[in-house]
Write a protein that binds this ligand. Structure first.
Ligand code: SF4
Length: 212
């Protein structure tokens, strides 16, 4: 059944200032609830799978706050969960863009057609996309949420997008405990040489209380 939840009801968290979510930029981070994957190492499990239990945010208050703080921010990061799962994502991105701040979107890369749409529409200035590990490990890394072939095909589309939009799409791999040094090397080898892949340290999942 189609998700008819008004899009701002899916916004379930906010970090007012972050220095680490958009490299080199000071951003406000908003979090949308819901995710199509089930990574055992999920950093935002409550948000991903139990988002309706988290307190919501008021659209007018958030947008007013962003406009008030605009001079001290470089942009807005929309993270999750998985924002491409949200029906009405474009509406949400347009609302954020109405503040005049650039917007970056975080994604697990499973919906390249959505990423293409928001790039083509100019709704985001940057995308950060996960490469979770070697394709063969995707089933275990995503809690059986994504098969190896599916991951390879989806990410191939995202790699093509990154080449078509130079400097706007970057890739990251979180060094979760299951990934060995050889796995990290294999992950790097999957990404076309023209594209960068940033390896980030794994941190213990954060409590949802950190979001509001
Ligand atoms: S893709 Fe991200 S939000 Fe979704 S389950 Fe995996 S780690 Fe959690």
């Amino acid at each position: 059944m189609a998700d008819t939840t008004p899009v701002w009801e899916r916004v379930r968290g906010m970090v007012p200032v972050s220095l680490c979510d958009w490299p080199g930029k000071i951003t406000c981070v908003l979090f949308s609830g819901g995710c199509n994957l089930r990574c055992p190492t999920c950093h935002n499990a409550s948000l991903a799978w139990n988002w309706a239990s988290l307190p919501g945010l008021d659209k007018s208050a958030v947008l007013a706050d962003l406009r008030r703080r605009k001079r001290w921010l470089d942009g807005i990061t929309l993270s999750g969960g998985e924002p491409t799962c949200v029906a009405g994502l474009e509406e949400l991105l347009a609302d954020l863009a109405s503040t005049g701040l650039p917007v970056k979107l975080d994604s697990n890369g499973s919906a390249p057609h959505v990423l293409r749409r928001v790039l083509e529409a100019g709704l985001v200035q940057a995308l950060a996309v996960d490469v979770k590990g070697p394709w063969a490990m995707y089933p275990e890394l995503t809690g059986q949420g994504m098969a190896a072939d599916t991951a390879r095909d989806a990410l191939a589309e995202v790699f093509a997008l990154a080449l078509a939009y130079p400097g706007q799409v970057y890739f990251r791999c979180t060094k979760v405990p299951d990934l060995t040094a050889a796995d990290l090397e294999a992950t790097r080898a999957q990404v076309p040489g023209d594209l960068s892949l940033h390896f980030q340290d794994y941190v213990e999942p954060r409590c949802h209380d950190d979001f509001s």
